[in-house]
Write a protein that binds this ligand. Structure first.
Ligand code: FAD
Length: 466
């Protein structure tokens, strides 16, 4: 057992929390979305929470932790869904939330610290020069930019820009290594993929350079259809409209909108499926004309209501907020993450809708993927048992719809990040004792792990890229 009294002394001057209740609170994320992870991770807790204010304090913390063989699990805001930020082996939770300043803003890019909340980052870049991040998770109001890069994948804006996996959507990361004498590395180009969506297993991100896009006062819109597949076809057609500028297109099947979107209920009929949208103000006229042609019913426009007070942003109905709103009403609900590879993505969705009906109510996100429009899904699942969940996953996969399993806490089993020899060599270099977020990378713990399996990964292995 490490000598935490001594460790605290050696970290004197850096903010430390050791109250067990508060430490436990900061050892959690949104793992409880999954009944399986909830059972597995409920008792996980760290021993200390350390909150550095500077890169120098990060370096000191890692130095001390390395000397005492203490695991360190970085944390942004703890909004990850798969236990990414949960310290499986105890030790230190490194809370980056106090490193939250913007250092520089330029045309097309921003340089900032990792702990800034994404909505605050957008607020400052918009006020400075009318710019905003290309895309953000639906947790923008609470999540940090560092946590998004290390634990997320894409979100609001991915219809235009793709995701974090795409070269150019992160420009530079500064990373501190976990060694006797921690080094500071500046990563660019393909090297960025060593750290993006790696759950902080191979370095602590202390500085970030992100590309920016023009900011707009996006108009929130809901379009209603009586049939979910009509909503899906409308979404697909809109996503392929060259001239209409959209930031979010999420078709969501009945009964989700009327039953679970309590604040929007006055705008949604029972049995109605909706598409949650964000449209640039100057695109509203062509958008209305297009929607009329597609026989969609505009049931809500944020630019036409008297006040938005108490009404959440449209993007807070989408991505994993759809699941959150459903779980709040019915805690037995969980979800999946599905890819519907194109060009026949609409047909694949239809097949799954027909197969599962209301056991798996549909929720899609239209995105740009490898240059093509397709959709990803975060369908709800009316959970009955682990065996049935596995069966639902298998049926999707048998129909050519890969699952990124949100009921697993390791990088590999989640299926988003492929580890390989390059990734492993980088971890050996940056974290030789395996102290960073231990237990999250199977390839590190199991030398026989076969990372060459033919499985589909969102963030492919590095050997194939470089
Ligand atoms: P945390 O959860 O604190 O951390 C995420 C991971 O990053 C952890 O492994 C942590 O160890 C690591 N980490 C944190 N900071 C650092 C650092 N400085 N250096 C190295 N590693 C670090 N995700 C999406 O991609 N898109 C979405 O639209 C989306 N919507 C969501 C909606 C809801 C309601 C919820 C609950 C989750 C959603 N997520 C989504 C998942 C999650 O919110 C995002 O990935 C989010 O950006 C994580 O940020 P965070 O600050 O909370 O990170």
């Amino acid at each position: 057992m490490p000598d935490y009294q001594r460790i605290k002394k050696e970290l004197e001057g850096i903010s430390i929390e050791d109250n067990p209740a508060l430490v436990r609170q900061k050892s959690r994320d949104f793992y409880w979305y999954s009944p399986i992870l909830k059972a597995q991770l409920d008792n996980v807790t760290a021993d200390l929470v350390v909150t550095p204010k500077t890169e120098e304090e990060v370096i000191r913390t890692l130095q001390v932790a390395y000397a005492h063989d203490v695991p360190v699990t970085p944390r942004g805001a703890g909004t990850g869904n798969y236990g990414q930020a949960m310290p499986l082996s105890g030790g230190i939770v490194l809370n980056l939330a106090a490193m939250n300043t913007i250092k520089e803003i330029h045309p097309g890019r921003v340089i900032c610290e990792p702990g800034i909340v994404i909505a605050e980052l957008d607020r400052q870049t918009k006020a400075h020069s009318g710019q905003e991040l290309r895309f953000h998770p639906s947790t923008a109001q609470t999540a940090t930019i560092g946590g998004f890069i290390a634990g997320g994948s894409g979100g609001v804006g991915s219809i235009t820009w793709g995701g974090l996996r795409d070269l150019g959507n992160i420009l530079r990361l500064r990373v501190v290594t976990m060694e006797a004498e921690p080094r500071v590395l500046d990563l660019t180009g393909w090297d960025l993929t060593k750290v993006s969506h790696a759950y902080g297993t191979n370095g602590i991100i202390t500085e970030i350079e992100m590309p920016l896009a023009p900011a707009y006062d996006w108009v929130d819109v809901l379009v209603g259809y009586d049939d979910f597949m009509d909503a899906v076809r409308f979404s697909d057609a809109l996503a392929k409209c060259n001239g209409i500028l959209v930031k979010e297109i999420a078709p969501i099947a009945a009964p989700i909108p009327h039953e679970y979107f309590t604040r929007h209920k006055p705008y949604i009929r029972e049995g109605q499926s909706i598409v949650a949208l964000m449209i640039a103000p100057h695109s509203m006229d062509p958008f209305v004309a297009f929607t009329r042609q597609q026989k969609g019913e505009i049931t809500f426009r944020s630019d036409k209501v008297e006040s938005m007070k108490g009404i959440p942003h449209a993007y807070e109905l989408a991505w994993n907020h759809t699941t959150l709103r459903a779980i709040k009403v019915d805690p037995s609900i969980t979800y999946l993450q599905v890819q519907y590879p194109g060009p026949d993505h609409v047909a694949k969705v239809q097949k799954m809708v027909e197969t599962f009906g209301d056991e798996v109510p549909g929720h899609l996100e239209f995105i740009r993927f490898d240059g093509q429009i397709q959709c990803a899904g975060l369908p709800l699942v009316r959970y009955t048992s682990e065996a049935r969940l596995e069966e639902i996953i298998r049926i999707h996969q048998d129909h050519g719809c890969p699952i990124f399993n949100p009921h697993r806490y390791t990088l590999e089993e989640g299926g988003m990040k492929q580890t390989d020899a390059v990734q492993l060599a980088f971890k050996r270099e940056t974290d030789p004792k395996g102290l960073l977020n231990p237990g999250k990378m199977i390839a590190w713990d199991d030398p026989d792990f076969d990372f060459k399996s033919g499985k589909n990964y969102l963030f492919p292995g590095l050997a194939a890229l470089m």
